[in-house]
Design a protein around this ligand. Structure first.
Ligand code: NAP
Ligand code: GLV
Length: 332
């Protein structure tokens, strides 16, 4: 008798390429609804599964992991993995993987789309046109801010932060960045200056956030930090919503303490802090940083390959907790 294929649960419909790869090795169940999975439902679905392919809103916390005997790998189809309790997974010998690099360009492009949109009032202008409210060219109408030569502050000089710096070269911006350790290559390549966060906030015209969400970065930008920014400066967040205290941001914007904000991520996604939608100096996008056909296909492929390789006893493309390799063999 042929033994049944091991089971993999995919927590959301993903590009077909990823599913097809998985189907050639596993018995695959895909959760196709667009409503979020509760922790209870997730536990039911992963019963008997060796692998879970999650998205960034799948709540893979300790409560879930404690109820998943047999689970060997959680493969997140995202670079951020703040939805997963990695410490607990490691203690239980469960590998955690993510999909870095393949979405860097897409996310850096969206960061620039937001920066340009908020500086030049693109979305506000679009709303005026659609409402039929354009009354004709006016020398004082809808004036924005120029970008060339201005100071760009990058908080989190990793893959995406660096790609955002690269894209600033055409605008000949001065670049400041915040980083745990010195980054001489960034100083050489972009004449960028590593500074403390307070200095970056005080000197930047555009502050762009690219840190992962961790205990250290939760509310990294709150009322105190917003008060340090110039009243003419803009905040751009394509990292994670909770890196910013959204209520404090709303207050700062209402009181014109900063010039504007462009946000792709929100503290209580998919909900928005009420009031933000009323402000013209705010540009909002629904967490679409990596949402290109190319990036999402590559992410699905990498997420599937991470599972296949790890369960074959090979190195996954991107392992978040390599400590698990020192534990028993994952091979099935
Ligand atoms: P990455 O290469 O790991 O870069 C993150 C950088 O942040 C690292 O260089 C890290 O430095 C630095 N960092 C961490 N904590 C810091 C702190 N307190 N102060 C200063 N720097 C700090 O990750 P990435 O690929 O660029 O992705 C960054 C984040 O973007 C992801 O974690 C995810 O949340 C978000 N993201 C969002 C979207 C979207 O759709 N909007 C898409 C992709 C990614 P150390 O290594 O020294 O800690
Ligand atoms: C998306 O937000 C990601 O972390 O990949």
């Amino acid at each position: 008798m042929v033994s049944p294929k091991p089971r993999v649960f995919v927590a959301r419909q993903i590009p077909e390429k990823g599913i097809a790869l998985l189907r050639s090795h596993f018995d695959v169940e895909v959760y196709r609804k667009r409503t979020p999975l509760s922790r209870q439902a997730l536990v039911k679905h992963i019963r008997g599964a060796v692998a879970l392919l999650s998205i960034f809103s799948t709540p893979v916390d300790a409560w879930v992991l404690e109820r998943a005997p047999g689970l060997k790998i959680v493969s997140n189809m995202a670079v951020g993995y703040d939805n997963i309790d990695v410490g607990c997974a490691t203690r239980k010998g469960i590998a955690v993987t993510n999909t870095p690099d393949v979405l860097t360009d897409a996310t850096a492009d969206l960061t620039w789309a937001l920066l340009l949109a908020v500086a030049r009032r693109v979305v506000e202008g679009d709303r005026v046109m659609r409402a039929g409210a354009f009354e004709g060219w006016d020398p004082l109408y809808m004036l924005g801010t120029e970008i060339k030569g201005r100071t760009l502050g990058i908080v989190g000089a990793g893959r995406i932060g660096t790609a955002v710096m690269e894209r600033s070269l055409g605008w000949r911006m001065k670049i400041l960045f915040v980083s745990h350790s010195p980054r001489p290559e960034l100083e050489d390549r972009f004449a960028a200056r590593r500074v403390p966060l307070n200095t970056l906030l005080q000197e930047s015209d555009f502050v762009s956030l690219h840190v992962p969400l961790t205990r250290e970065t939760h509310h990294l930008i709150g009322a105190r930090e917003l008060a340090l920014m110039k009243p003419t400066a803009f905040l751009i967040n394509t990292a994670r919503g909770a890196v910013v205290d959204e209520k404090a941001l709303l207050t700062a914007l209402r009181e014109n303490r900063i010039a504007g904000a462009a946000l792709d991520v929100f503290e209580n996604e998919p909900r928005l802090t009420p009031g933000l939608e009323q402000l013209n100096q705010v540009v909002l996008t629904p967490h679409i940083g990596s949402a290109t056909v190319e990036a999402r296909n590559r992410m699905a492929e990498v997420a599937a390959l991470n599972i296949i390789r790890y369960l074959r006893g090979e190195s996954p493309v991107s392992l978040v907790n390599p400590e698990v390799l020192r534990q028993k063999s994952p091979k099935i």
